[in-house]
Design a protein around this ligand. Structure first.
Ligand SMILES: [Fe+2]
Length: 421
């Protein structure tokens, strides 16, 4: 059925939705209100592979659990990287139609150096301690070929990761993302800060036997994967659009000799463009809101850990951004804990709207004081934008609307997308 518009809203909202509750047969998590514990990371993983990783980090001579983020010490980005980093525009990827209006022509940046090893280690240590993973980590929903060693953690930085939080929220990181994308940006909210996609190498001898280790077998497995269409690629998160405007992806761990595991972007002709894999501490950047993409699963028995942080536009006009909750809401993403996620989401929505309102009020009075004619049609546009932003804040809530996941648009080639209004 067509998407509801603000004028169609009736109370209760259920009257306009064919999908009033999340159902497993629609790819959704029915236990979303009670923290989706059937997706908990198995104790075997926490006690073996995760415990080994934490012990390794804690045994480094410079390890300091109270390390404070210092941009001059922990960021290795240099201004010259704006020139030396390869970037792609939407045009270069052959993408002419998008599901929503792009905020700039920027599509993707190839890997560029961002963090020191010490900073990377701190992000890993803060996020992967077993007590953090028990509370904020979950196995993925609907992933292809995922095992007990593929999981997500997120929503924890506000509570358990002060270094990580300070790093992502630093003005220096926002300035880098702004310069690459060509628009002013900021982070969004706690639940979109440092979502980690984790695949660990197995230390179980029986499991290890099943995974290729010879270089030639790995390359055969990689080639077999590379010939697949986007939606068939094994991944910890299927083919999707992000629900945030831009995603900054930092490589935090990548085992020696790892094969595969890059981000694949679907291009305008429905092929997969693999962004070359970053080294540890390097970052890539994509306009994930309008690029269909997939985080492929490594074919080797290797650790691969990335930290993904969302950024939204925040220009001087305090415009309303295009973020949504489609692929992040608790009925879709098991690691999104209901009470944390929606408090984060509405706090950010209302803060954004409130700044926008203040800006608009100032504009009205400034124009009046200059003696300008009041523009009714322009004001209707301003009000409609706010109405849409508010409607977009709640239209996907589980209490009212739970269409099958993944949504049809995740599978729709760009050129078959409906025309934008
Ligand atoms: Fe993504």
């Amino acid at each position: 059925m067509p998407e509801a518009t603000p004028t169609q809203i009736t109370v209760p909202f259920k009257a306009v939705s064919d999908y009033p509750i999340p159902l497993k047969e629609n790819g959704l998590i029915e236990e979303y209100l009670s923290e989706s514990h059937s997706y908990d990371i198995p104790e075997k993983t926490l006690n073996n592979e995760v415990a080994e990783l934490i012990a390794k980090l804690e045994s480094k001579p410079t390890f300091n659990p109270d390390l404070k983020f210092d941009p001059s010490k922990h960021l290795v980005f240099k201004n010259e990287y704006y020139e030396t980093t390869t970037t792609r525009t939407l045009e270069q990827l052959g993408i002419k139609k998008t599901r929503t209006k792009p905020v700039s022509n920027f599509a993707a940046a190839h890997p560029f150096p961002l963090l020191t090893q010490e900073a990377v280690d701190m992000v890993l240590w803060e996020s992967l301690r077993p007590e953090v993973l028990r509370k904020y980590g979950r196995l993925p929903n609907l992933s292809k070929n995922a095992t007990r060693l593929d999981f997500h953690v997120g929503g924890h930085t506000k509570f358990a990761a002060p270094f990580t939080r300070a790093m992502y929220n630093s003005p220096e990181v926002a300035a880098i993302v702004s310069k690459f994308t060509g628009v002013d940006v900021s982070t969004i909210h706690n639940s979109t800060l440092n979502h980690m996609n984790i695949s660990l190498a197995s230390s179980d001898p029986n499991e290890m036997k099943e995974i290729p280790s010879e270089k030639k077998d790995l390359l055969t497995a990689y080639d077999a994967q590379a010939s697949k269409k986007g939606h068939e690629l094994p991944s910890t998160l299927g083919l999707h659009y992000d629900s945030v405007t831009f995603a900054l992806v930092i490589m935090l761990d990548l085992g020696e000799g790892a094969v595969g595991g890059e981000t694949g972007i679907i291009t305008g002709d429905d092929r997969v463009f693999r962004v070359p894999d970053p080294k540890i501490g390097y970052a890539t950047l994509i306009q994930g809101m309008v690029l269909r993409h997939v985080a492929t699963k490594p074919v080797s028995n290797s650790n691969r850990i990335t930290g993904v942080t969302g950024f939204k536009t925040c220009g001087p006009g305090m415009e309303l951004d295009n973020c949504r909750i489609t692929s992040q809401k608790p009925s879709v993403l098991p690691r999104a804990i209901h009470n944390i996620f929606y408090s984060d989401w509405f706090d950010y929505r209302f803060e954004t709207l409130s700044k926008h309102l203040d800006y608009q009020r100032k504009q009205i009075m400034e124009k009046f004081e200059k003696g300008e004619q009041f523009d009714q049609l322009a004001m209707i546009e301003v009000c409609k934008n706010m109405e849409k932003f508010l409607f977009d804040s709640y239209k996907e809530l589980e209490a009212v609307h739970n269409p099958p996941f993944p949504p049809i648009e995740f599978k729709t080639p760009y050129d078959q997308l409906p025309n934008l209004e």
